[in-house]
Design a protein around this ligand. Structure first.
Ligand code: TRP
Length: 462
């Protein structure tokens, strides 16, 4: 099965860091704090953590297992494990499409972080007021030229890395960048610990109060878990396919989830103390980190250098994620059509760029920005984010869980789970979670958010 020369991770640690590199990205540092802020804090945090443990982890194990078993990209993996005409191949296709869509707007946000590197280098933060720093973000979002330009630049960087092949490149980068990001965040959190708003921030994140938490927040928590762990579209499957057959799966998956949650938590404990100390709103939305974090740097000794380092690290965190999105698209097309990596990368990268342009126009007065916003309450960017994270990823995860839990041949499933790990006994916990808890959780959340439950007279809120 699979084609030769696909490359392999050099070690188990290499896989963990690369998978963590995919998981840890803008989802942790940009998306998690602002979604938590909008959804009311503590209770959201708790719901999110439960989603990671009982829904996310079982699916991650399933994805890595399917990839390691077939040593193939998603579409081919489903074909090999079912049959040539099987509808399950559609799950692979949906994954490729979802990856395509996510990358198209992910690159826009990553472009903002590149812009913030430039601002940091130009010394635009030090000594500035909170209002002046907030205005910088407004200017960026309202400028179509800058948005499209940075989006192009970031897509170019992504394609460049994936062009060079994955294993050695990603693994080597991840080994340096992930620990560096971790240290930076710890250092920043130590600084934020002494801000007057730290206590309020910790209470906001950890105390399970119910302000602005409703049933739709559960959908968002589930969506965020899928998004942050890179689940539901075959990214972990693809990374699992570069794993040697004898490397164990469950323990590595737990590591990835723990690292991912740790970074999201740290990011919140940096963002919210600043938010509260400087009188900003936790519900500020997608601009939250861009308006808050530079304020800390503006006042800190050494803020100039640190702000550069920090935004460079976020760019790299985004890059280790975006390459996993691009890699799913790339490896699928290589396996399917037998095209060369170069041709696939350049073509798909260009198409993804073009599709991302409407998202890059989010702050404009035109149709894709203000127009759609007025009509539907969401601009194009918001729509792509909403549909992929809250609907497509959970749906993909649900189908992956059902396939692995019920369709995959029993002996193959169990043997694959147990090979290479000392945690074989966990199989009897994993399987029921995958078979019953995951489908139930996703189904209930879908029924609620599609308004189906209302038909039966059950209403949990908006
Ligand atoms: N997990 C990444 C983040 O938190 C984003 C990401 C990378 C992703 N690959 C993915 C999300 C695959 C969903 C699916 O930033």
């Amino acid at each position: 099965m699979g084609s030769a020369n696909r490359g392999n991770w050099a070690s188990r640690l290499g896989f963990i860091l690369a998978a963590a590199g995919s998981a840890i990205g803008l989802g942790n540092i940009w998306r998690f704090p602002y979604v938590t802020g909008k959804s009311g804090g503590g209770l959201f945090y708790l719901t999110y953590t439960v989603c990671v443990i009982v829904v996310g982890l079982p699916i991650m194990v399933a994805e890595v297992l399917l990839g390691r078993a077939t040593q193939s990209s998603p579409i081919v993996a489903f074909r090999e494990l079912s049959s040539r005409r099987s509808p399950w191949i559609g799950v692979g296709w949906m994954g490729v499409i979802t990856g395509f869509l996510i990358l198209s707007y992910y690159s826009v946000v990553a472009g903002w972080t590149v812009h913030y590197v430039v601002l940091a280098v130009r010394n635009s933060f030090v000594g500035q007021s909170a209002d002046a720093i907030g205005a910088l973000f407004g200017e960026l979002v309202a400028s179509p030229g800058a948005n499209v330009g940075y989006h192009a630049l970031f897509m170019g960087m992504t394609v460049l890395v994936v062009l060079g092949g994955v294993s050695a490149g990603i693994e080597r980068w991840s080994r340096i960048l992930m620990p560096a990001l971790f240290l930076m965040l710890i250092g920043l959190m130590a600084y934020c610990f002494f801000l007057p708003g730290f206590g309020d921030a910790a209470a906001f994140v950890f105390a399970p109060h119910t302000t602005s938490f409703d049933a739709s927040s559960v959908l968002k928590a589930l969506g965020q878990a899928f998004y942050s762990l890179s689940l539901g579209m075959g990214a972990m499957l693809t990374y699992g396919s570069y794993l040697s057959r004898d490397t164990g799966i469950p323990k590595s998956s737990v590591w990835v989830a723990v690292l991912d949650s740790a970074i999201a938590t740290l990011a919140s404990l940096v963002v919210f103390p600043i938010t509260f100390s400087f009188g900003m709103q936790a519900e500020a939305g997608p601009g939250l980190i861009f308006k808050s974090i530079p304020i800390a740097f503006s006042q800190m000794t050494g803020g100039y250098l640190l702000s550069i380092v920090f935004f460079v690290l976020i760019v790299f965190a985004a890059l280790t994620s975006s390459i996993s999105l691009q890699e799913v698209v790339t490896s699928s097309f290589i396996d399917l059509f037998g095209w060369g990596r170069r041709k696939v990368c350049l073509r798909t990268g260009a198409i993804i760029f073009v599709f991302g342009v409407p998202s890059a126009l989010l702050g404009s007065e035109g149709f894709f920005g203000a127009g759609l916003q007025k009509l539907t309450g969401k601009n194009f960017f918001d729509w792509v984010d909403y549909i992929t994270a809250n609907w497509m990823l959970p749906l993909g995860g649900l189908l992956i869980a059902i396939f692995t839990g019920f369709v995959l041949e029993r002996s193959l499933r169990e043997e694959e789970f147990r090979r290479g790990t000392t945690w074989g006994a966990v199989y009897s916990v994993w399987l029921p979670l995958l078979r019953y808890v995951v489908p139930l959780a996703v189904a209930v959340v879908f029924a609620q958010s599609s308004g189906l439950l209302k038909l039966f007279g059950i209403d949990w809120g908006s």
